[in-house]
Structure formats: structure tokens, C-alpha cells
Design a protein around this ligand. Structure first.
Ligand SMILES: Nc1ncnc2c1ncn2[C@@H]1O[C@H](COP(=O)(O)OP(=O)(O)OP(=O)(O)O)[C@@H](O)[C@H]1O
Ligand SMILES: [Mg+2]
Length: 246
């Protein structure tokens, strides 16, 4: 089992879009995929098309529900859903000793090939739980603004987690999202990131594609919604890169 956290403390950079569509690409390849929604906005749970869940990840982490009762089994992928009430569960987790290890414990012995965790746009207890449980973290950034400003915060947190809590965690890569090839600016941001030898950058950029925005509104992955779109092509290419990471 390989576990990937999709994380960035900046909002709206493409964490949820990446989790859903990379998961869908992996499941198309025949892998057994689990998605985890750790964000109280519940965007992933909604986009993945799972409604009316009985239990949620917050309850699972504090021990109020079991893994079997919380998991929702989909046609292609399984999901541990979130809830609008998730933040109150973060407070409850915070008072527990070793509050960063709860998700890792829940995933032990589970039979999935890939687990993809959609993190909230903050670096609190939920993100720490995700990183402690992960082999890799992926940081989607937005090519259209100064995406590398603030990148240090997430990289520093991961350095601390690696040192103190999870020696196995590695940067899978920084992922340029909403890439617009036509603008010099996007190219400049990419070139600037390439100069930084401390970071790993995925070769694949996810281009700006309105289908990627629309598919989540229809609760479909990009492959179900627009198989021939740029978004589908890009997520397939990203999937191939991810498959090479061990
Ligand atoms: N490559 C893309 N092309 C066009 N639209 C995109 C692309 N990637 C993401 N979007 C859109 O941008 C918005 C933000 O993306 P997303 O929800 O994936 O970001 P996020 O990092 O999960 O946000 P948050 O921090 O709020 O959880 C969404 O409306 C999404 O549909
Ligand atoms: Mg999100």
C-alpha cells in the first residue's frame, strides 16, 4: 500500500481536483484506491458523488465509528468521507496523547494499493495525521500566481514530520496546476521552480481546463465526464509518473 497526501496550506490550488482525478486514473489502471477527505468543506466527498454518509472520518479518528461502518464503497474507488462538523473533531483529537498517529493506525493492514488523502488548506492536526500516515506528499500549486511563496511552510512542516514522526515520508513532487502554456508568466513560475534543486517537480503540468472544473460539479471524475479533454490527458500522464515512484 502506498499512501499519498495531497497538501498545500494555500487554498484553491487543486488539492481536491488532484486527489479525485489521480485516484480515478489509478483505479482505471486496475489498482484498488481509497480516497480520504480530511477537509470540513467536504469538496472531495461531494465531487466523488457520495451523499448521505452515515459516519465520517472525524468519528473514525476519535473512535466513535469503525473503519467498516465509515467507509463508502464506490464503483471505482472507496471513500472515507468528511463532514461539516469535522473541526470540532479536530479539537477533540488535539487533547489526545500522540494525536498525530490516529489516521496511520486506522490504515494499518488495510488492503488498498493506493490511498490518496485530500488535506484541508491548513497545517493543523488533520494535515499532520495525513503526513504521518503517508509515504509521499504532493503539493499542487497554481501556476497563475506566485505559487512558490509560502511553499516553505509546508516543506518545513514535512521536514519536521520526517525527523520526529515519520522517517519514510518523501516529497513526491510539486505539481503545477492551472498551467497556461500561452502565458510567459506560467513558464516563468515553472522555470523558477526548476532552479530550486531542493525540490522535486513533476514533469507533468495540469493545464487550465474548464472540464476539470465542471466534472466535480457533476460528481464525476474527468475520465467519466470528458475522456478526451486536456485534463484527462494530463492526469493520465501524472498517473504514469506516480506509478514510477516507490
Ligand atoms: N487545471 C484546472 N483547470 C481549471 N480549473 C481548475 C483546475 N484545477 C482546479 N480547478 C478549479 O479551481 C478550483 C479550486 O480547485 P480545488 O478545489 O481542487 O482546490 P483545493 O486546493 O482543493 O481548494 P481548497 O483549499 O479550498 O480545498 C475549483 O473550482 C476547481 O474546479
Ligand atoms: Mg479542497
Amino acid at each position: 500500500m502506498k499512501v499519498f497526501s495531497i497538501t498545500n496550506n494555500k487554498g484553491g490550488t487543486g488539492k481536491t481536483t488532484t486527489t479525485l482525478n489521480l485516484g480515478a486514473a489509478l483505479s482505471q489502471k486496475g489498482f484498488k484506491v481509497l480516497l480520504i477527505d480530511l477537509d470540513a468543506q467536504c469538496n472531495l466527498s461531494i465531487a466523488a458523488g457520495f451523499k448521505n454518509s452515515l459516519h465520517h472520518i472525524g468519528e473514525l479518528l476519535v473512535g466513535e465509528s469503525t473503519f467498516e461502518d465509515t467507509i463508502i464503497k464506490g464503483k471505482y474507488m472507496d471513500l472515507l468521507p468528511s463532514s461539516r462538523l469535522l473541526l470540532s473533531f479536530e479539537y477533540r483529537l488535539n487533547v489526545e496523547p500522540d494525536s498525530g498517529y490516529f489516521l496511520k493506525e486506522q490504515l494499518e493492514g488495510k488492503e488498498y494499493d493506493y490511498v490518496l488523502i485530500d488535506c484541508p488548506p491548513s497545517l493543523g492536526t488533520f494535515t499532520i495525521n495525513a503526513l504521518v500516515a503517508s509515504n509521499y506528499f504532493i503539493v499542487p500549486i497554481q501556476g497563475e500566481n506566485f505559487a512558490y511563496v509560502g511553499l516553505d511552510e509546508i516543506l518545513q512542516l514535512c521536514t519536521k514530520i520526517k525527523k520526529r514522526m515519520n522517517p519514510n515520508i518523501k516529497l513526491g513532487g510539486i505539481l503545477m496546476n492551472k498551467y497556461d502554456m500561452r502565458t510567459k508568466f506560467s513558464q516563468m513560475v515553472y522555470a523558477k521552480l526548476l532552479e530550486n534543486t531542493d525540490i522535486t517537480l513533476y514533469k507533468t503540468n495540469i493545464r487550465q481546463d474548464v472540464s476539470l472544473m465542471e466534472c466535480t460539479a457533476f460528481s464525476k471524475s474527468i475520465f467519466e465526464y470528458a475522456e478526451d479533454s486536456r485534463g484527462a490527458t494530463d492526469f493520465k500522464a501524472l498517473c504514469e509518473e506516480v506509478l514510477l515512484q516507490n
